[in-house]
Design a protein around this ligand. Structure first.
Ligand code: PMP
Length: 312
């Protein structure tokens, strides 16, 4: 389940605050960001509205706020990084001239030659590249509950978007692929649903939309927050945030997986047990439609979530 265009390399990236040719952006092999994963990141999407001839970056401010939280928690010394990060992103997208749906990744890490306790010097990179809509967005995918457990709040907190946390997701994702599934659902240390390797889980049960609470061992997902808000205001439905037991997944009428890169992927079976009709459910389609209107700038109510980029 990936839509990254293989072998695509942008002309330019932002490397340590400067526009740099992609091939010239290099980090030290002794950088703790590399040797100990002392590194945090954000992944954002931008959407190209052809009619308006505008590119909109989705919820840039919220991603920057989450990045600041991750940095604060792992204690990196980043006094200079945030001075003009928003204008750097705008400049990068304009310079690479990507008038298409795209992805942006911001990476902040301990650089140079250091230990796992290094707080400086800090390296940073921002890359943007075209990225099509998520694979499986409309037709749905088959998921499995992983045999791996999610890392916990008192070991390696999933709330922090640190590179190290993705090892857990890798184990779960590889297991799912090996067993012939498209995606994975990871349980927390209480045996309840946490999230997937790169996205959150929603189920619809007896007409109610339910998602694991933010204390279930999840990243505080910006897509999850978006969906909760638009479900309430556009679909006029409530969202219940609570623990979800494994077997409750099998009782769901509908389920979907969501995240910035994953967008909204209908889950049509879990552990080979068919969910609902085995097809993308009607509520999921409504959520997708409402979400699409917001991200492409076609619902004025949410225009404050979009950072427009103009091209010459
Ligand atoms: N959980 C994990 C582990 C993720 O990596 C992601 C993707 N960032 C998400 C959830 C979804 O978060 P967001 O909606 O902010 O992209």
């Amino acid at each position: 389940m990936n839509t990254v265009i293989k072998n695509y390399k942008p002309d330019f990236v932002i490397f340590n605050g400067e526009i740099t040719k992609f091939n010239e952006a290099r980090i030290s092999i002794m950088a703790p960001g590399f040797t100990f994963a002392i590194s945090v990141f954000e992944g954002l999407r931008g959407y190209w509205n052809d009619k308006k001839q505008k590119l909109y970056i989705f919820r840039l401010k919220e991603h920057i706020e989450r990045l600041k939280f991750s940095i604060k928690t792992i204690e990196l010394d980043t006094s200079n990084i945030f001075k003009n990060i928003e204008s750097q992103i705008t400049e990068l997208v304009q310079k690479n001239n990507i008038k298409d749906n795209l992805y942006i990744r911001i990476q902040i890490y301990a650089d140079d030659w250091g230990s796992m306790f290094s707080k400086s010097p800090i390296g940073s990179s921002i890359i943007s590249y075209p990225r099509p809509r998520a694979d499986g967005y409309y037709d749905g995918r088959n998921f499995a509950v992983s045999s791996w457990r999610r890392n916990t709040e008192d070991s390696s907190p999933p709330r922090i978007k640190t590179t190290g946390n993705y090892f857990n997701g890798r184990l779960a994702g590889l297991e799912a692929i090996r067993n012939g599934y498209d995606g994975s659902i990871i349980l927390n240390n209480h045996g309840c649903v946490s999230e997937g390797p790169a996205g959150c889980i929603f189920i619809i049960r007896e007409g109610k939309i339910i998602t694991p609470s933010i204390t279930s061992g999840i990243l505080e997902s910006i897509t999850r927050d978006t969906i909760i808000k638009i479900v309430k205001s556009e679909l006029k439905l409530d969202v219940i945030e609570r623990s979800i037991g494994r077997t409750e997944l099998y009782l769901a009428e509908e389920a979907f997986y969501c995240g910035t890169a994953m967008e909204i992927i209908p889950i049509i079976s879990i552990d080979r047990k068919i969910i609902g009709s085995g097809k993308t459910g009607s509520t999921t389609i409504k959520v997708q439609k409402a979400y699409d209107a917001v991200i492409f700038g076609n619902n004025e109510k949410y225009i404050q979530w979009l950072t427009p980029i103009e091209f010459k």
